[in-house]
Design a protein around this ligand. Structure first.
Ligand SMILES: Nc1ncnc2c1ncn2[C@@H]1O[C@H](COP(=O)(O)OP(=O)(O)OP(=O)(O)O)[C@@H](O)[C@H]1O
Length: 257
């Protein structure tokens, strides 16, 4: 069946009544939200609220049990992940999958070249390859320009997160889903990550799950709060900060890793 697009009026992401069930348990239930092109949306919620499940449904890692998902005007509810990726969707995971033996330059070179398997044949890099310049450019966007020759094994946790974001930017995504980019970062690494998020190209729509309220509120235009699989509140960071129901959920104790 042909996919119908309506680019002029389309939101980058529009989901209606989305749910995901595991057996008899609805991990996400009846969630509707709209994200404008270029918007930065944070998805907050205590442990078990359904954030990761919602993300997995958006990427196509999991099939929605209910509702519809539209990206850029197209109904992708039944579209497999690889086709959503072709349409410009990228995600990062809570735990980065990086090769310890490669340098930052080599890692980003392979990302730019779209190489997933059999990468050994591309190394060592040929100095005149165009993709090296692109990789170095990406390193700049990810705040890693001064560490191009460092091996992944020797990177700090924060630098690994930066590198993962750099990789996700390789093919100029339209929409980037970031799964807890600040997870495991030391307090001193957090401001740097917030700066990086704020510096990403404004035409990329970003949806991020984040436990760190400060980072989420500082780097987003709008916030959706999940609780027990349902949308509890939505609004500007200021509104969410002063929302009593949100406070009650977070003061309830389930917050934080
Ligand atoms: N594959 C699964 N099978 C059964 N239950 C699941 C599965 N995945 C998630 N759940 C349940 O769904 C609920 C939501 O989980 P989810 O991981 O989406 O929450 P979360 O908000 O991302 O939590 P956290 O912040 O701890 O990562 C939880 O109760 C979880 O136990």
């Amino acid at each position: 069946m042909p996919i119908s697009h309506d680019h002029k009026t389309a939101n980058a992401l529009e989901i209606q009544g989305v749910g995901r069930r595991f057996g008899g348990f609805w991990a996400v239930k009846d969630v509707s939200l709209s994200v404008r092109p270029g918007e930065r949306r944070a998805v907050l919620g205590p442990n078990g609220a359904g954030k990761t499940t919602l993300f997995n449904v958006l990427t196509g890692d999991l099939v929605a049990s209910a509702g519809t998902i539209r990206m850029d005007g197209a109904d992708v509810t039944q579209t497999p992940m690889h086709k959503r990726i072709k349409g410009g969707l990228r995600r990062t995971y809570q735990h980065a999958h990086l090769f310890d033996g490669l340098t930052i330059r080599e890692t980003l070179f392979l990302a730019v070249s779209g190489v997933a398997g059999g990468w050994q044949r591309f190394l060592p890099l040929k100095p005149n390859d165009d993709a090296i310049g692109k990789a170095e450019n990406l390193a700049g966007m990810a705040g890693l320009s001064s560490d191009l020759d460092r091996e992944v094994a020797n990177l700090s946790h924060g630098q690994r997160r930066q590198l993962e974001i750099g990789m996700a930017l390789a093919e100029t995504p339209k929409m980037l889903l970031l799964d807890e980019p600040a997870a495991g970062l030391s307090p001193s690494e957090r401001p740097r990550l917030a700066e990086l998020l704020l510096s990403l190209p404004k035409d990329i729509t970003i949806v991020l799950i984040e436990h760190d309220m400060d980072i989420a509120l500082r780097t987003s235009d709008s916030v959706s709060v999940l609780h027990n699989g349902r949308l509890l509140a939505e609004g500007s960071p200021e509104n969410i900060m002063s929302n009593e129901a949100v406070h009650n959920v977070y003061m309830g104790g389930a917050h934080g890793h």
